[in-house]
Each structure stands twice: as C-alpha cells, then as structure tokens.
Ligand binder design. Structure first.
Ligand SMILES: [Mn+2]
Length: 566
C-alpha cells in the first residue's frame, strides 16, 4: 500500500468568531477559513450572494467604448465577425456572443482557427479572410491580447477591432477600439479570474442592461457556467455566481442543441455538477476541435432543425468515443512500458513516445498518468522525423523550467510549470530524454513523489447532523478554488466485513458513537483485503449524497484509511 501524506491545518484562531458571527458550526467555519474566507462579510458573500451581486460591467476598462462601437455596428447593419478559439471556453464564447448580437438585430459571423492547421490565436494572415468576408468590426473572444500587429493592420484596412480576452498580456497591448481584459495590470476590475466567456458575458451584460433586457442574462449563464468550468477557472467571486446560477438554470433548457448535448451526456434528468461539465460535457465539445471539425460544436447550438441538431450531437458523441478509444490505447501502451521496464524505480520523470500516438490526445493521457504515478510525465508523438511532446507535472516540480534547461535541444517549446508542449528533432530525442531526467533527478525529492491529501477539518460522527449537511451544501458548487471538503475521523470501527464490489471497489460499514455510515473506496480493492470486521481505523473522506428511492442518503467517499494499532 502506498503511503499518502495527510495534511491537517491547525485549527484557525478566528474559527470561534467566524462561527458565532455567522451562526455556523466550527467545522464549516474552519472550511471557510481554509479557503481564505475570513470575515463575516466575505462569508456572507460566499454563502449567500445572488445575481444582484454581479459587478457593474462598466468597472471593466474599455467597456463604454466597446458598447458604443457595437451599438453603432448593429444600428448600421455593419458585418461583425467574432473570432474565437477551438476550446470549450472559446467555442461557447462565440455562441453566446452571436446569440446576443442577433437578438439585438445585428449581423454577425464567426471564425475559429483550426487547432492543427492554424494553431491558437489571431495572426496577420487572417486579415485576408476578413476583407473577403467584408467585415467592418471584429470582436475577439478568449484570444487576441497579443494581436498587436494584426490590430494595426486591420485598422489600416478599415476593420475596427475590439479585443476581449483573459490571458496574460505581452509587453505591448494592441491599439484596438477597446481592450477588455481583467488580467491587464492597470485594470481595476475586481475579479481577475474570469474565463474568456466571463469577459464576453460582461460585455453582453452591458449591452443588454442598456436596453433594459437584463432579465435575459440568466439564459446566457447556462453556457457561461460550462465555459468557465471547462477553462478550469477558479470558482470564486463572480465565477462562483456564474456557475451556481448557470448550473441551476440547466434544469430547464429550451435550446434544442443544448438539450441534445445534455442527453448524449446522460444528464437530462438530474442536476449537473461541475464534475459533469469537466468529464462529460467539455470532452464532447472539445472532441470536434481536436479532430479538426470545430464548427460542429458551434452548429450544435445554432441549427433550428431538431433532427439536424440531434445528428450533430450524435456525431460529437462519436468523435468523443474515437478520442476516448485513442486515449485508452495510448494509456494502456504507456502503462505497459512503465511496468515492463520498471520505470517507477528508475525515473522521477517519465518521458515516453511512439509513432502510433495521436498528437491531439497525448496531453490528456499525460495528465492521467501524472495522477496515477504522481510524478511529471511527458508523452511524444513521432511524425516525419519530429517528436511532438505534451507534458504535465505535479505542483512540486516546474516542468517548464526543466524544459528551459534543455531548450537548445528543442525546435520550439512553451507552457507553464504544470503543463508544457514542445517539438524536437527525433535524432536528438535520446539526448533530450537523458538531460531532462538528470535535471528532474536532482530537483525532485522523494517526498515530492508522495501524494498529499489536504484535510479540511477533523470531525466527530456526532456532529454530522441534518443541519450540518445543509450548511455544507451552501459551499457548493465545488470545483477549482473551492474543493469538496475533506474530513478526518479518528478511531472509527469497521462494523462488518468489508465487501469487494465488481472485483475492484471496497465497501465498508463504519461506526462510532452509535452512528453508522457506508463508506466507498473506489478502485481500492486492496482495502477490502487488508481490513477486517472489528478493526479500528482513521479515515479521510468526503461526503456523497445521492437520491435513492426518493430518499436522500449520505455516503462517504474514502480518500484514505489507516489502521489504528490496538
Ligand atoms: Mn480561455
């Protein structure tokens, strides 16, 4: 059994005050403090804010200019082009902006670059396409903050440009009609974490409120919530509002495409969670872009015909299955290489490659392998004497610094500490791998390779009451920046013989203080083999509440279990 490290924070000395100020349990107060919510006002906002707490869109620099220019274009029937990106954030930004402009009576078309042919972002070559399409105003979504040359040229050709983006700017900002980006250093906008679709939503909010159409905004939040989650934006501040109200609104969907999308994801008849968006919805929308058919994902929401929309949804599902199959293949081949060669004992960084692997999929697999082995992983797809790599790292190790150290061996490279991409000549691959491994060996400590579990708070079974569960529900939606709370309970008793489910999961009945709970150890059959009835243990777990025969039941999802010596 591999040993995880349990991290339990000291009980915060502000916990009593926050609990009594808010009328909350000490455990919930500690969970809030762990998320840097320290005052009564912050707690009130986090737990109880509603759509009236959305920021004024005009707090974002450039909003006034952007709104006036768009209103002019709508009035004069000028052709607007929305320029997007091939990921979910970019695709849905295009969809919501087109919908908004059309509802105002404007003319709008879209362009999304091809992932493999064009790559990310706006390039000067795109001017030709815009002139051919007789565009008068271009609005970028989820990209464009570095399109300095493009903007200058476009304006010279008589095309006005509005940039909306959330990526970090370069040294120079494009001289556009307006640049909307909360990440700009001089921006006074209170929320820096908006996804691309959050920024375009603020623009839509400004346009609608000016026409007293603010009531339509909740409809937009459905797609805004999906884009925000898919872009792994922090679910705090305004993003938390988007997601809370957006996911709620998904209970009542009228758009045919969105309905069909939920249906192929198996989400028609239940509440959608952030996890569902990440694991079910986003992969299907992304699948089209990965395989060079990004337009399908836009069409899904735009076609009126029921049958046509159904066909598109099925097609997306198929593309996603293809992608999944490719992913499983690569994953299995990689695991085989790792196990057969005993790489876990030899390397702290895994670098593997094959000419059979698809460039568009290796990143996802690298991420899964990183989670499984808890160490950085780089996978390469060989093609035409070149090796295209995609890597993912654990937070203890900066993969981009490692790559920088070997940059002379790369044709190109980029990324950040946790995720990188690069291209190298295959002839230099062995040298590259050797050098990267030497660097990783010297930088990664043995404790870095241990998985750490961040526990929120210790809890007695006696404190798990219906009113406590209601309090905990106020913390939803969970996701990036607001993880599901993790509890520790000590000296609990395993009440009956653990069961093995489907040969791979463990199921426990656990008791203390005359309370009984069912606890699941997913994919941990070893636990059912190790523990016996009557054993004492410390458990680390989160809650899972499901509806069963009309009754809500509470289960535990076990993250770890350690025996207590009698
Ligand atoms: Mn984005």
């Amino acid at each position: 059994m591999d040993e995880n490290i349990w991290l339990l924070p000291e009980l915060d000395n502000r916990v009593d005050k926050l609990a009594s100020d808010m009328g909350l349990s000490l455990e919930t107060a500690q969970i809030l403090l762990n998320r840097d919510i320290t005052t009564k006002e912050e707690a009130r906002k986090f737990l109880f804010s509603d759509l009236s707490d959305l920021n004024d869109p005009y707090q974002m620099d450039g909003m006034e200019e952007a709104v006036s220019r768009i209103e002019k274009a709508v009035r004069d029937k000028e052709k607007i082009l929305v320029f997007g990106d091939y990921d979910v954030d970019g695709i849905l930004s295009v969809v919501v902006f087109m919908k908004a402009i059309e509802s105002l009576g404007g003319c709008i078309e879209y362009f999304i670059p091809d992932r493999l042919e064009d790559g990310y972002g706006i390039k000067t070559k795109h001017i030709k396409m815009m002139l051919e399409r007789k565009i008068k105003l271009m609005v970028s979504v989820d990209c464009g903050i570095k399109a300095v040359n493009f903007t200058e040229k476009a304006e010279a050709f008589g095309v006005d440009v509005i940039i909306t983006d959330h990526h970090q700017p370069g040294p120079e900002i494009p001289k556009a009609v307006a640049v909307l980006n909360p990440a700009l250093s001089h921006s006074s906008y209170p929320d820096k974490d908006l996804a691309g679709i959050g920024v375009i939503f603020k623009l839509i909010q400004a346009l609608m409120e000016r026409r007293n159409k603010g009531s339509v905004l909740t409809h937009y939040l459905k797609l805004v919530s999906i884009g925000t989650i898919a872009d792994v934006a922090k679910l705090r501040g305004e993003n938390r509002l988007f997601v809370r109200y957006g996911l709620e609104a998904l209970r009542d969907v009228s758009n045919t495409g969105l309905k069909n999308l939920l249906s192929i994801c198996g989400l028609e008849y239940r509440d959608v969670t952030a996890g569902d968006v990440g694991y079910r919805i986003a992969p299907r929308l992304n699948a089209a872009g990965r395989l060079g058919k990004v337009g399908l994902s836009v069409d899904l929401f735009r076609v009126r015909d029921k049958k046509e929309s159904e066909d598109i949804a099925l097609h997306l599902n198929e593309l996603n299955s293809l992608r999944q199959k490719a992913e499983v293949n690569i994953f299995n081949q990689a695991v085989e290489k790792i196990e057969k060669n005993d790489l876990e004992k030899k390397y702290k960084l895994f670098i593997l490659g094959s000419k059979e692997w698809h460039r568009g999929v290796i990143g996802i697999v690298a991420s899964r392998l990183k989670d499984m082995y808890h160490r950085p992983v780089m996978l390469f797809a060989y093609k035409n004497e070149k090796a295209f790599g995609s890597g993912r790292s654990i937070k203890e190790f900066s993969l981009i610094n490692c790559l920088r150290n070997s940059s002379r061996l790369c044709v190109s490279f980029g990324g950040h500490p946790l995720a990188v991409g690069c291209e190298i000549h295959q002839s230099r691959f062995d040298e590259f791998r050797k050098e990267m491994n030497v660097y990783a060996d010297s930088e990664i400590l043995d404790t870095d390779l241990k998985r750490k579990i961040k526990i929120d708070v210790k809890i007695d079974f006696r404190h798990i009451t219906p009113s406590f569960l209601e309090e905990i529900d106020l913390l939803k939606p969970y996701g990036v920046g607001n993880p599901k709370p993790i509890f520790l309970s000590e000296n609990v008793c395993i009440a009956s013989r653990p069961k093995l489910l489907k040969g791979k999961h463990s199921k426990f009945m656990i008791t203390k203080d005359e309370r009984f709970f069912e606890a699941m150890g997913w994919r941990r059959k070893d636990w059912a083999e190790v523990f016996e009835k009557g054993d004492m243990a410390d458990i680390v777990y989160s809650f899972s509440r499901n509806e069963y025969l009309g009754k809500r039941r509470l289960n535990f999802v076990l993250h770890d279990i350690k025996p207590v010596k009698k």
